[in-house]
Ligand binder design. Structure first.
Ligand SMILES: [Zn+2]
Length: 390
């Protein structure tokens, strides 16, 4: 399976300037090539190469590989645009939006990602440096950093091209890794039901609850700070809000990694599969008072779901997605379903059989049972192909 690892470069000011000049040159060249492609109606690499290669090398000083990648990037952008036009992302043909998207050449931002292959970029994993081509010559010993676990994955499994990008004034390399998968468990003993929710970010049918009150309190204070800064709306407040948002996102990602790791490890250890609710539904499903709604929306559940999916795939743990309708109102013992079964947010109390349990826990049993049904009926796991883990 493919994984994407992002490492942060730590260039010296001189190195950073060279990287910036290079990235700008590559994107200017690609934008120019896109104009040529548009005028000449040359959207294939070989054809566009004929029209642009020599001039790109001469005018922007790109090396052979970089020029080739700039041309390919341009063609890829047109392929994506064509697919988007066909899928109706820009409205129906004949509309203004459609005409605007299809009636002019593609433009690359100066900071847009540039692909690097092994001839333009080499990795020294022990020293944590890269040697990277720039228009000012080859930069050697550019330091990089990242999480230990991800750097270990990178050192062993990196394959093919990496992208150089500049985001918010910081430099990153986004590398693709090809990770071996464990043989899939085709006979799971049972399913571990996972409920992603409001009071607990995740609860399992084993009665495990991940990150309840304490994190919610932190999420609440984050939310207050955010709205305070928003009201202030000065330049420094906006800057602070931006910095804070980055910190919040990193913390959430870290927690999502921990939760997903724990869930998958437990399923793997006990020979079970994982059952999750179909995530598309989580926001529509929850009808809440306003403060809770913001808390829910600010948690990256989709990210958590994708982390569980890729970790499960790597470990050979089957994952199924179940219909989320009424998992919180259905009694996991007698299957009586009614809104009245939930006298409070945290409490499940069946009106028919009298079964009482923590509401999240009751829901996880429903998810576990539905997961088993989905598996027996032969539905396939829909794990995403490519996951960004850093
Ligand atoms: Zn019941």
């Amino acid at each position: 399976m493919k994984l994407v690892v992002r490492v942060k470069l730590l260039p010296t000011p001189v190195q950073a300037a060279a990287l910036e000049t290079t990235l700008h040159a590559c994107n200017e060249a690609a934008t120019w090539a896109a104009e040529v492609a548009f005028e000449e109606n040359a959207r294939r690499v070989l054809e566009l190469r004929k029209h642009t290669y020599a001039e790109i090398r001469a005018r922007w000083g790109l090396g052979a590989q970089a020029a080739q990648h700039a041309i390919k990037k341009t063609c890829d952008a047109y392929t994506t645009l064509k697919a988007n036009l066909r899928n109706g992302r820009y409205g129906r043909p004949g509309t203004k939006r459609h005409a605007r998207a299809s009636g002019k050449p593609v433009v690359f931002r100066p900071q847009a990602a540039q692909p690097y292959d092994d001839r333009m970029l080499s990795w020294q994993h022990e020293q944590q440096t890269v040697s990277i081509w720039t228009t000012a010559g080859r930069l050697k010993g550019v330091a990089f950093t990242g999480q230990a676990g991800q750097l270990a994955v990178l050192a062993v499994h990196r394959r093919g091209e990496s992208d150089l990008v500049c985001q918010g004034g910081k430099w990153f390399l986004i590398a693709t890794c090809e990770i071996p998968e464990a043989a899939p468990n085709t006979h799971p003993a049972d399913f571990l039901g996972v409920d992603l929710g409001i009071v607990n970010i995740a609860a399992t049918s084993d009665g495990e609850r991940h990150c309840g009150r304490q994190i919610n309190r932190k999420r609440e204070s984050d939310r207050k700070l955010r709205s305070k800064l928003q009201k202030k709306n000065t330049k420094s407040a906006r800057r602070r809000a931006k910095r804070h948002a980055g910190k919040e996102a990193r913390r959430a990602k870290d927690i999502n990694h921990k939760i997903s790791k724990g869930i998958v490890a437990e399923a793997e250890r006990t020979g079970r599969g994982g059952a999750l609710e179909d995530l598309g539904g989580i926001r529509e499903r929850a009808r809440l008072r306003k403060p809770q709604r913001t808390t829910l929306h600010s948690w990256p559940f989709a990210q958590l779901g994708s982390f569980i999916a890729y970790k499960a795939k790597r470990a050979g743990v089957p994952v199924v997605y179940v219909d989320p309708a009424y998992t919180s109102q259905e009694c996991s013992q007698c299957h009586h379903t009614a809104r009245g079964n939930r006298p409070a947010q945290a409490v499940f109390s069946c009106r028919v059989c009298g079964f009482v349990e923590h509401a999240d826990h009751n829901a996880t049993h429903n998810i576990r049972q539905r997961g088993w049904m989905v598996w027996v009926c032969g539905a396939q796991s829909t794990a995403p192909e490519l996951t960004l883990i850093a």
